[in-house]
Design a protein. Sequence first.
Length: 365
Amino acid sequence: MPAKILVIFTGGTIGSRRGAHGIDVDAFGSYFLMEQYAQIPETVEVSFETAQPINLLSENLVPGDWAKLAAPVRAAYDGGYAGVIVTHGSDTLSFSSAMLSYLCCDAPIPIVLTAANYPLDDPRSNGLANFSASVEFIANAGLPGVFTLFGNALGESVVYLGTRITQAVPFTDQFEALYGEPFGHMRDGRFAPNAHPVNPTAEQLARRAETPHAQAGQASRMPPPAPPALDGEWPPVLYIKPYPGLDYRIFDFTRRAPRAVLHDTYHSGTANAREGEASRSLASFVSYCKERGVDVYLVPMRSPEGDMYASASLLTEAGGIPLEDISAEAALTKLLLACASSGDPREVERFMRRPLFFEYLRSSR
């Protein structure tokens, strides 16, 4: 009896076609993928069931869409499926990959997100190859958890952990993994794991499916975080990227303040903390936020055991909360979920520190 896979369409380039107004989602665009796959001469023997909870270009995605997406994924746990494939747009693929990793961190089956660089009717598209490799990953690897699969410029089918993939690079449309080390590759229909120290092993994935969060040394079985109701409002979280000359006076919280701020840093874990330049100093902005009850999280930060620049120390001394060994995409989606789960800043920070699905590299081993 062939393995059964649930395919969840959400739109995106992989579900789009060219029209009079450019590339846009098509009512039947997603199902064109299934037609193309059926024409491949030799494929894995599987059967498909499909669902489409949303249909949009992924740049139009809002947090409430994650709740609509997570519901059918979680419902598939007990449906006798070998796995789930989520077709998604590439623009926000890394954010949805991280969010689904949190909302489905207890997945007993493989959940694979995939996308395309061009619409399927474009000969340059890697959408069919990505989908086919996703089917093979589920059928042959069968690892529980949330993964993302996307072909790179070399024609390799790269497998990422859902919390370890960063946004595609502009102009090249290439995705990256933390430390440049993806979870593995699909080669000749087989999964080839990347046995790098930052990556968990297949055994760790299997163990955590039996006892979620055990990778962080927590033996108790804890339920996964739940999103707000479908019609619920996600609290506002402000995300800021630094650049020379950023004037923090443009952020006026007197009318409406965010629940929390995630502030990116430069690659060395630093940002402007120059004395005498209060309007352009992140340290001063952190103090401004703290006075108004708004926590500022800093990402990516270096471990305090390593070399830390004086400017980075000033940011934490001002009250900035460092997040080490986690991507900005994984941190931002987790902060959104944390603020939606609790209004207590202490609970939010505890939530941020609790590993859910290998988002922190230090919890991999």
